[in-house]
Design a protein around this ligand. Structure first.
Ligand SMILES: [Zn+2]
Length: 324
């Protein structure tokens, strides 16, 4: 749609829009601003479910060679430029989700953790901005055991971050990452991930429940196997009344690369071929069903729709709407 110049120049319209900002949002922003961090909270309804996308920051780094296993650095840079991003820099956002349903509060994935620092690890301050006490979270569900998803299970003192929560983990992830023989056989670069999984999952002791493909986290939230990124990686299907949403987890990394080019394999995909097959199948399904999706590494609010486009797909991000 062409940009209407008169609309662009209408300062009065902008002022009117700003004054209509709901109090809850303004208060959350002010509180986060006191802490020196802008709020990254997006709330919306899915049927009777109340959902919140909560940003955990972003990782910025020079685009390394081999970032995509089966595309050249030049091709990857070109794809970033086509998305109006810096072709020499990779920026990977992180966004977790809270779902309030049936009187319970569920958190899906826990971010990098408060020790991550820098431009990462903002989930806890965003939970605070959203008025959610970590002690009030009933269930924490994990998609997979990479550090940006389980890092937040422990706080800055290495105590459990969610003291009253049941921890629901994919059985395939537990079987792989918590296996002593796998840990010993792992290449040096991957050993810290095994140690982190053992420590952070282990801290929850008896409060851990293993879940398989199609298992129920809580009524209305079911797992869907999305193997390849890691051996037991899970997506989550949310259903409330006639409304459905697919929490894609890491089925795709940054959409400018992997929604546009679903065959591309990010270096973090542990089984690249299987991850690509899963990605194509999943993107095909959610676009055919016109289903709302959430992507852990999508730009904020990390919520939207997937649209088929040629040999790939496009992400149409949700527009932020004030909750009046
Ligand atoms: Zn991730």
């Amino acid at each position: 749609m062409p940009i209407n110049r008169r609309e662009l120049m209408s300062g009065a319209a902008i002022a009117a829009a700003a004054s209509a900002m709901p109090l809850g949002f303004a208060a959350g922003t002010a509180k986060a601003a006191e802490m020196g961090k802008p709020a990254g909270v997006f709330s919306y309804k899915l049927g009777d479910m109340e959902c919140l996308a909560l940003n955990d920051g972003v990782a910025n780094f020079p685009l390394p060679d081999g970032f995509v296993k089966n595309a050249s650095t030049q091709e990857v840079g070109d794809a970033l430029a086509r998305a109006l991003m810096d072709p020499a820099t990779m920026s990977i956002p992180f966004t977790a989700i809270v779902v309030k349903t049936g009187g319970k509060t569920v958190l899906i994935d826990t971010g990098n953790g408060p020790k991550a620092g820098g431009t990462r690890g903002t989930l806890f301050s965003n939970l605070e901005s959203a008025g959610i006490d970590r002690a009030a979270i009933d269930i924490v569900a994990i998609s997979h055991f990479h550090p940006d998803h389980i890092g937040g299970l422990l706080d800055e003192n290495d105590d459990v971050s969610f003291p009253n929560a049941e921890l629901v983990i994919p059985e395939g992830e537990a079987a792989f990452w918590l296996d002593e023989a796998n840990a010993n056989a792992a290449p040096d670069g991957r050993k810290p991930n095994f140690a982190l999984a053992k420590k952070n999952i282990g801290a929850y002791g008896d409060a851990v429940r293993h879940i398989g493909d199609g298992g129920e986290v809580i009524g209305g939230i079911n797992t869907l196997a999305a193997y390849g990124h890691t051996p037991g990686h899970m997506a989550f299907r949310l259903s409330s009344g006639s409304k459905q949403m697919m929490v894609l987890s890491d089925t795709t990394n940054h959409p400018a690369l992997f929604v546009r080019n679903p065959q591309w394999q990010v270096r973090f995909d542990m089984d690249g071929d299987m991850a690509a097959q899963t990605r194509v199948k999943m993107l095909d399904m959610v676009s055919a069903d016109d289903m709302l999706v959430a992507g852990y590494h999508f730009p904020f609010p990390a919520t939207g729709h997937i649209v088929k486009d040629g040999s790939g797909y496009q992400l149409a991000l949700a527009a932020w709407q004030p909750q009046l």
